[in-house]
Design a protein around this ligand. Structure first.
Ligand code: ZN
Length: 220
């Protein structure tokens, strides 16, 4: 799952308005941010198998450190501690914000569960889970878009823009995200080079977080 992960970011931001949307964009993709470099290092496993799913050729037969449920819980706890002890230190509700961030990290596994083939372990090895939505391009595009739009709408009704620009910037951002998913699913050719795939994934994760930062600045 790509932009669908940001549904959790918008929903959590709508619930806890003092949490940073930009950091929620990082939190909800945190295990993927770790996964790609770990795959390059050979710690986790990503093989390209032509036609593996309708959406991509990713065969991930061993990636327990970032995509095991236990692994994800551990990363969520680490994110909680980093937030509680350092990042949100000066905020009065730092415990709440740290919990929201940890939930953002944890949401990744459950969002991936919808789309992945049964490759998500609980700890390591069998049993593995995944509902396999990636076998249909249209369903993947539709469900990811629907989740994103619903949670973005929730965020919009829970916050107010402080200018006209604020309203249109948020709308433009969600349209941009859906457009990006369209490009990713229907237009761009499959990339089988792990290093360039890793670089482009990381660039996009951080770029989208920066964009989220500017979107939330014009809303209160
Ligand atoms: Zn993932």
């Amino acid at each position: 799952m790509f932009v669908g992960h940001y549904a959790a970011a918008f929903a959590l931001k709508g619930k806890e308005k003092t949490a940073s949307l930009a950091m929620l964009f990082i939190a909800t993709q945190f295990v993927d941010i770790l996964f790609f470099p770990l795959a390059v290092a050979g710690v986790e496993n990503l093989k390209f198998v032509e036609g593996f799913t309708a959406v991509n050729d990713f065969n991930m037969d061993h990636y327990p450190y970032t995509h095991g449920l236990l692994g994800t819980v551990v990363w969520a706890l680490i994110f909680y501690c980093l937030y509680y002890l350092f990042y949100a230190k000066k905020q009065t509700n730092r415990k709440t914000i740290a919990i929201v961030m940890a939930l953002g990290v944890l949401s990744h596994w459950f969002a991936d569960l919808i789309v992945h083939t049964p490759d998500l372990p609980l700890i390591c090895g069998e049993p593995k889970f995944g509902f396999g939505l990636w076998h249909s391009k249209e369903m993947t595009f539709g469900i990811e878009g629907l989740l994103l739009v619903l949670s973005w709408y929730y965020y919009m009704i829970k916050t107010q823009s402080n200018s006209k620009k604020g309203k249109y910037l948020s709308l433009a951002f969600v349209i941009f995200l859906i457009g990006l998913n369209f490009l990713n699913l229907y237009v761009l050719p499959p990339n089988h080079d792990l290093v360039s795939l890793t670089v482009s994934a990381l660039v996009f994760y951080f770029l989208l977080a920066v964009m989220a930062h500017y979107v939330e600045r014009v809303r209160v």
